[in-house]
Design a protein around this ligand. Structure first.
Ligand code: UGA
Length: 436
C-alpha cells in the first residue's frame, strides 16, 4: 500500500513509522519545514522510546520519507491519513477542527486519483460527514472516500501499542475503503489476534472519545476512593487489586495518583461533554470526572503543604518528575504544574528534576531550579515530592535521601515506595490513599 500521513505529531509520526515497518510505502507530510528537516537527519521532534531507531531503519530501507510538499506527498496514494492536531478550541472547549478541515481541503485538491481519506486525529462524532462534504465540494469526481480510524496508542509506549493493539477500529460503510483499510492492517490481523473491527464512521468516531472518557473516569474513580481510604484507614492499592481481579473491572488504569494529565484525556473529555451538551444528551459522569480531576491537582499541592506541617513559606520543596507520565517529555496538563504552582502560591521555593522534561517544563513553569538528578534535588531541601513515576526514581537510596533532606519528609504521589521502606529509611511518609 502507498500511504500518506498528514501531520508528524505523536500519532502521525508513530503511525507512519509503524506502517512503514509493516512494509507499506509511507510518506509523512508536515508544514513545519524545521521538523521535516530534523526528521531527515533522524532527529525526532518528540521523545518516544525506540522511535528514532524505527524511523532510521525504515528510511534506510526506502519505505519511509518526509516532505513539506503535500501535493507531491499525496501523489499515487491509496490512503491519506489525517493526523493533525485537534486542540481544545479557546473559549468553549470544543475540539478545534480547523487543522483537520484545512488538511482535507488541500489533500482533496492535490489527489490525482481515487484514494481513501482516513481521519486518525481524534475528531468529534459527525466530523467525517463534514469531511465528506468538503471532498464533494473540492474534488467531486476523483473517487475519494472518507473513513475513520481512531488511534489508541499511549505516549511512552506508542510503538508497542501501535504494533500490538487490543483492537483496531475502522469506520466506513464503503466497500473500497474497507478493502484499503483491511490491506493496511493485514500484518496485524495475520500475525496476531488483534481484532480489526469494522463499524459505521460515526460509531468509530465516538468509540475513541468513549474509550478515553471511560479510562479517565476509571482513574478518577480510584482517585476518589483513595481520598476515602485516607479518611477511613484503608489502602487504595489493596482496594485496586481487590476490585481489579474481577475480570469485569480489570486491573489496568486503577493506579491512584495526582490526577490524569496529558494531551488527550483532559481535552477529549471536555470535547465529548460539549458534543453531548450540543445534542442535549447529558454525560453527567464525564462532567463529574472532569470536575473531580481539575480540583484534584491543586489538592495534591495542599497535601504536600500538610505533610510539611501546614506552612511552606520560605521552604524549599524538591520535586521528582514533571512530565504528565514517564517516558515522555510532554508537559501538557501535567499534574506537576498545578502541584508546583500551589506550593509556590503558598510561598515555597521549588527545585526539580525530570529525566526528559526540563525543556518543555521551562515553557510552563517559572521560578523553578532545574537540577541534574534526584539526589541534587534532595540535597538540603525541606521535603521531597515524587510526582511522576519514572523508573529512575524507583530504586533511590532512601537512607541517603533521608540524610540529605533538611527535614526527612517524602510525599509519594504515585505510591511507588512501600510505606514501611520509607519509614525504615528514617523518612516521614505520605502516599495517596494509604492508611495513616
Ligand atoms: C491516552 C490513552 O491511554 C490512549 O489509549 C489514547 O490513544 C491517548 O490517550 C490519546 O487519545 O491519544 P496517554 O495520554 O498517552 O494515552 O497516556 P495514559 O497512559 O493514558 O495516561 C494518561 C494520564 O493518566 C497520565 O497522567 C497518567 O499518569 C494517568 N494515569 C493513568 C493514572 O493516574 N492512573 C492510571 O492508572 C493510569
Amino acid at each position: 500500500m502507498r500511504i500518506t500521513m498528514i501531520g508528524t505529531g505523536y500519532v502521525g509520526l508513530v503511525s507512519g513509522a509503524c506502517f512503514s515497518d509493516f512494509g507499506h510505502e509511507v510518506i509523512c507530510v508536515d508544514k513545519d519545514a524545521s521538523k521535516i528537516e530534523a526528521l531527515e537527519r533522524n532527529v525526532m521532534p518528540i521523545f518516544e522510546p525506540g522511535l528514532d531507531a524505527l524511523v532510521d531503519t525504515n528510511v534506510r530501507a526506502g519505505r519511509l520519507s518526509f516532505t513539506t510538499d503535500l501535493v507531491q506527498g499525496v501523489k499515487g496514494a491509496d490512503a491519506v491519513f489525517i493526523a493533525v492536531g485537534t486542540p481544545s478550541r479557546r473559549g468553549d472547549g470544543h475540539a478545534d477542527l480547523s487543522y483537520v478541515f484545512a488538511a482535507v481541503r488541500e489533500v482533496a485538491e492535490a489527489l490525482d486519483g481515487p484514494a481513501v481519506i482516513i481521519t486518525k486525529s481524534t475528531v468529534p462524532v459527525g466530523t467525517g460527514d463534514e469531511v465528506e462534504r468538503i471532498v464533494a465540494e473540492v474534488a467531486p469526481n476523483k473517487g475519494i472516500t472518507v473513513a475513520s480510524n481512531p488511534e489508541f496508542l499511549r505516549e511512552g509506549a506508542a510503538i508497542d501499542d501501535f504494533k500490538r493493539p487490543d483492537r483496531v477500529v475502522c469506520g466506513t460503510d464503503d466497500e473500497g475503503a474497507r478493502a484499503v483499510l483491511s490491506g493496511i492492517y493485514r500484518p496485524l490481523s495475520l500475525n496476531q489476534s488483534a481484532p480489526v473491527m469494522f463499524t459505521g464512521r460515526r460509531t468509530a468516531e465516538l468509540i475513541k472519545y468513549a474509550a478515553n472518557a471511560f479510562l479517565a473516569t476509571k482513574i478518577t474513580f480510584i482517585n476518589e476512593i483513595a481520598d476515602l481510604c485516607e479518611v477511613v484507614g484503608a489502602d487504595v492499592q489493596e482496594v485496586s487489586r481487590g476490585i481489579g481481579l474481577d475480570n469485569r473491572i480489570g486491573r489496568k488504569f486503577l493506579h491512584a495518583g495526582p490526577g490524569y494529565g496529558g494531551s488527550c484525556f483532559p481535552k477529549d473529555t471536555l470535547a465529548l461533554l460539549k458534543t453531548a451538551d450540543d445534542h442535549e444528551s447529558p454525560l453527567r459522569i464525564v462532567a463529574a470526572t472532569i470536575a473531580a480531576n481539575d480540583t484534584r491537582k491543586r489538592a495534591m499541592g495542599r497535601k504536600v503543604i500538610k505533610a510539611v506541617g501546614g506552612d511552606v513559606r520560605g521552604k524549599t520543596i524538591g520535586v521528582l518528575g514533571l512530565t504528565f507520565k514517564p517516558n515522555t517529555d510532554d508537559m501538557r496538563d501535567s499534574p506537576a504544574i498545578a502541584v508546583i504552582q500551589t506550593l509556590q502560591d503558598a510561598g515555597a521555593r521549588i527545585r526539580a528534576f525530570d529525566p526528559e522534561g526540563h525543556e518543555q517544563a521551562k515553557k510552563v513553569l517559572t521560578d523553578v531550579d532545574f537540577m541534574a538528578g534526584a539526589y541534587d534535588v534532595a540535597d538540603g531541601a525541606d521535603a521531597l515530592v515524587l510526582v511522576t513515576e519514572w523508573d529512575a526514581f524507583r530504586a533511590l537510596n532512601l537512607k541517603r535521601i533521608a540524610g540529605m533532606l533538611k527535614s526527612p519528609i517524602l510525599v509519594d504521589l504515585r505510591n511507588i515506595y512501600p510505606p514501611q521502606d520509607v519509614i525504615d529509611a528514617g523518612l516521614q511518609y505520605t502516599g495517596v490513599g494509604k492508611p495513616a
